[in-house]
Design a protein around this ligand. Sequence first.
Ligand SMILES: Nc1c(NC[C@H](O)[C@H](O)[C@H](O)CO)[nH]c(=O)[nH]c1=O
Ligand SMILES: CC(=O)[C@@H](O)COP(=O)(O)O
Length: 168
Amino acid sequence: MATAGNNLSAYDPKDVPSARDMRFGLVVSEWNDQITQALFQGAFDALIDCGALKENIVRWNVPGSFELVYGSKKMTEAFDMLDAVIAVGSVIQGETKHFDFVCEAVSQGIKDLNVRGDIPVIFCVLTDNNIEQSLARSGGEHGNKGTEAAIAAIKMAQLRRDAKFYKG
Ligand SMILES: Nc1c(NC[C@H](O)[C@H](O)[C@H](O)CO)[nH]c(=O)[nH]c1=O
Ligand SMILES: CC(=O)[C@@H](O)COP(=O)(O)O
């Protein structure tokens, strides 16, 4: 099912582990900052709603979504006690094929960080045909992808902890 018909902001706190002792990094693209700021706020508010402390949330900005990969990589290296990183971006189709290359690079790059690294990096990057689709997914009619990303970050942070428990 597509996003349409799903509310990206819908979650039941009872189904989400407590984030009270978790630490999160958010790397936020400055391109389309009206959208990325709304995504950040959705993620931040959801983390707090699930028990995270403000002092345990760190934010870095990068110029564009292409730089989310490097920024997220350096964040995982800079703070070894982080439980998860959320990469926040908004890519909107323009006149050329540049959209395709940026989207491919950032999706593959973040995938690689998850495969090669230990800290989960959540893909909170909108890849839209137009600004209307972006607005609808950053607090509009389809909810906020930042909220969805925060819930994913908490769940993946807990999965990482569980995995370490079983590993011993
Ligand atoms: N067009 C968009 C970009 N383009 C910029 C790239 O992400 C990158 O910063 C530049 O190529 C320099 O390396 N970035 C977005 O996040 N969203 C766009 O719509
Ligand atoms: C995603 C992009 O890089 C794109 O918005 C840039 O616009 P254009 O393809 O018109 O140069």
